[in-house]
Design a binder for this molecule. Structure first.
Ligand code: ATP
Ligand code: MG
Length: 486
């Protein structure tokens, strides 16, 4: 083990947010050892902006709770951790871990339960990459380096601690982490990792819960180097494990969406990680729509059912949370609405909660060479920049063109909207729509109510006739102006 001077590694307390220093100070004051570890130290050393800071200590989670009281919550089963709230920030405080006991590993060697507290040396050996295993004590101004991690930082090399085969078997998610860090940091992967990173090895990911894989996929999408990691996912055969039904092929649409995501992150814009899932699953969704249309289903039903099917299939790999699924289906449904809006719906559509995402998606499709958008991406793009008067003119012009092209030909029904009301219907229903046959069956099973007849103006009409629902307004004949012909 070597002790490095923090200042020589480019580290200083001035770079640290007060919330992490508070946590380190409180633990130290209570008589415990406390360090910053992991990505925070690594990123600072590389001159990057750390996403967050994790702390590690020799205090057990229960002792951490004693130090922070109500500011602390103990979470996790496989890894018991303390979550400490410092101001508005949350710091993950882990306890030094010892090697797992044999009894809590699965048949394939995967660690199932892991709450065996240990020393800092043992904790170090449990971490994944050398560059993630440096312990920074900011008040002492030192970094503990147990494995010459500093050389890997200098050489830009990603090196697993211990035997790569064993480390991947223990936790197959480390394969995803390898690609994530290699892409994010632009590091090369050590040869001994490359040697064992085979398609057979990636099969181990099948044992990982789809919830955890979803979380990992989100980290891949939001790290700011999505475009760099996508080809790596294909090359290392990880793609097939994460996205079973999506062709391992980066279309222009996917590539543009990835570049766009990275750019947004770079300039500090928010991104919805589900958006990229909507992009990835768009082709399988269209194919599934086609399948249902060929079976004779009406377009709206085909889209709804196809959306549900595609997301259900994806859930066997990564379980997309319900709110994200709804978002994805709404973005897809928006494509139909934006492509051929009713003129009287245009204004309402442009203020819809899902408009922005739907529009971004449409424009991305268009810019990727998808001619089926019929230029509507650009149309909406221009529309948003117009004054009220210009918007009105644009809508009338659109209306005229639409009437003309409608006369010419009926467009394909995947893109044909069904709704005619000015009020916008919900974009997606939580459950699949009933098929026509089901609806007919239900209607048939409904008992017929006897029709009542009433006499009105001398003739007999049905009691539910709309004319009887009209309000009678008494007219003042003095106010009636008769035209010349009368
Ligand atoms: P970032 O937060 O920038 O994505 P990170 O390295 O901080 O990267 P975290 O997932 O926050 O990643 O984990 C914190 C630290 O915990 C890691 O740096 C590593 O030391 C350790 N760690 C996390 N996941 C694993 C794992 N699967 N196997 C071994 N060690 C891990
Ligand atoms: Mg981290």
């Amino acid at each position: 083990m070597q002790t490095l001077h923090a200042s020589k590694c480019g580290l200083s307390t001035a770079q640290l947010p007060s919330y992490i220093l508070d946590v380190i100070d409180a633990l130290t004051k209570a008589g415990f050892e406390a360090y910053i570890v992991g990505g925070g130290v690594r990123d600072l050393m590389l001159g990057l902006n750390p996403k967050d800071f994790d702390a590690v200590t020799n205090a057990t989670p229960a002792q951490v709770k004693e130090v922070f009281g109500r500011r602390c919550r103990i979470i996790g089963r496989r890894f018991e951790l303390a979550h400490v709230y410092s101001g508005r920030e949350l710091v993950e405080v882990a306890t030094f871990r010892a090697p797992p006991k044999k009894a809590v590993t699965s048949a394939s060697g995967m660690i199932l339960r892991d709450n065996n507290w240990g020393t800092i040396e043992q904790d170090f050996a449990r971490r994944d990459f050398s560059i993630n295993a440096m312990y920074y004590q900011p008040r002492k101004g030192i970094v503990l380096d147990f494995c010459h991690a500093i050389d890997d930082i200098k050489n830009k090399t990603l090196r697993l601690l211990g035997d790569p085969t064993l480390r991947f078997e223990e936790d197959p998610v480390r394969m995803l982490r390898t690609l994530r860090f290699a892409a994010k940091l632009n590091f090369s992967i050590a040869p001994d990792i490359l040697e064992v990173f085979t398609p057979e090895m990636t099969q181990l990911l099948r044992d990982i819960s789809p919830h955890r894989l979803y979380d990992e996929s989100q980290k891949l999408f939001t790290m700011g180097h999505l475009n760099r990691v996508l080809p790596m996912l294909i090359d290392f055969d990880i793609w097939r494990q994460l996205f079973a039904d999506i062709d391992p092929n980066i279309s222009t649409f996917i590539e543009r969406a990835a570049i766009n995501t990275d750019q947004r992150i770079q300039i500090g814009k928010t991104i919805n990680p589900a958006f990229f899932y909507a992009v990835l699953l768009w082709k399988p969704f269209l194919e599934r729509c086609e399948f249902y249309l060929n079976k004779g289903m009406v377009a709206a039903e085909a889209r709804a059912q196809a959306g549900l099917d595609v997301l259900k299939r994806q859930a066997t790999r990564t379980i997309i949370p319900r709110f994200a699924e709804t978002f994805i289906r709404e973005v897809w449904e928006m494509q139909t609405r934006l492509l051929s809006p009713k003129p009287q719906q245009i204004q309402a559509l442009s203020t819809h909660a899902r408009f922005r995402a739907g529009f971004d998606f449409l424009l991305l499709r268009e810019k990727s060479g998808d001619h089926s958008t019929q230029g509507m991406g650009t149309w909406w793009d221009t529309y948003q920049l117009m004054s009220t008067d210009e918007k009105e003119r644009a809508i009338s012009q659109y209306n005229r063109q639409r009437a003309k092209s409608r006369r010419k030909a009926q467009t394909d029904d995947v893109v044909e909207p069904k709704s005619v009301s000015v009020e916008i219907e919900p974009l997606v229903q939580e459950t699949a729509p009933r098929s026509r046959r089901e609806r007919e069956r239900k209607d048939r099973s409904r008992p017929e109510r006897p029709v009542q007849m009433v006499t009105s103006g001398g003739s007999e009409i049905r009691a539910d006739h709309p004319i009887l629902k009209r309000k009678r307004v008494k007219r003042d004949l003095n106010q009636v102006v008769f035209g010349p012909t009368q």
